[in-house]
Write a protein that binds this ligand. Structure first.
Ligand SMILES: [Zn+2]
Ligand SMILES: [Zn+2]
Length: 240
């Protein structure tokens, strides 16, 4: 079945995410726009994913638990998981790999943990927009241990992307896909960075504000609308 997707969305847990990006709001807006499957990918944490999944269940929108992980090379990667338990276990592991720097709300913004009805459950104290000690070379195997899939985010950006950090898309990067921002020209990257060839291109909003969310354009063809089916697809298991 062909599904409209957006696999890179931040909530109010990300310090740079607007406080209006509550799990309830972003899930319901995605549903109004006509998305079939979305992923919540806050910086280095999955702590709002359960609320987003619950909000999605109420209105029939599949929410995949995820994270935008920053590696020690300052490369952002989208990590997606089949189940909230696996995502939270990964999130707990990653929190132990972050530097112990407290968030300064006035500078970076609040990091709100919320339930599915817009109640604030608490705040994340440790700043989430730092780099973890996990390296890009170990990430694929690490995420695999939690049943998930990962791929480099916004490779066309001039900061926090695999190309900005390493100067290239190294062929040894595992995985069958990578993310381009919605307007980036795929041909340019496929030509300039040969290791991108043959990989799936995922385009998502990277929305930090409700007004960054847009009508869906990108579709993905899955055997069923579920997090597991998405992860299998992104791992290339559909390719015979
Ligand atoms: Zn990013
Ligand atoms: Zn992002």
């Amino acid at each position: 079945m062909k599904l409209y997707y957006d696999l890179h969305i931040h909530s109010c847990l990300s310090p740079c995410g607007d406080n209006e990006m509550t799990p309830y709001n972003l899930v319901n807006l995605a549903k109004i726009f006509g998305y079939d499957i979305i992923a919540l990918t806050d910086h280095n944490s999955c702590k709002n994913c359960l609320s987003a999944i619950r909000a999605g269940e109420k209105i029939g929108l599949t929410v995949v638990p995820g994270m935008e992980l920053c590696t020690c090379e300052e490369i952002h990667n989208i990590c997606l998981f089949p189940h909230i338990d696996r995502a939270m276990a990964f999130s707990d592991y990653i929190s132990g790999t972050l530097p112990n720097i407290k968030n300064r709300e006035k500078i970076f913004g609040e990091q709100l943990i919320m339930d599915e009805l817009d109640n604030v459950l608490g705040k994340e104290e440790i700043l989430l927009t730092t780099a973890s000690s996990v390296s890009i070379s170990e990430l694929d195997e690490l995420v695999e241990r939690y049943g998930g899939v990962c791929y480099p985010a916004h490779i066309d950006r001039s900061s926090y992307s695999i190309i900005s950090a390493l100067g290239d898309f190294p062929p040894e990067v595992e995985g069958k896909c990578f993310e381009l921002t919605p307007k980036a020209k795929a041909e340019e990257y496929l030509e300039k960075y040969p290791a991108t060839k043959g990989r799936m291109i995922i385009r998502s909003s990277d929305a930090h504000y409700l007004e960054n969310m847009r009508e869906p354009e990108q579709m993905i063809d899955l055997p069923e609308n579920s997090a597991q089916a998405l992860i299998d697809y992104l791992k290339g298991r559909h390719i015979k």
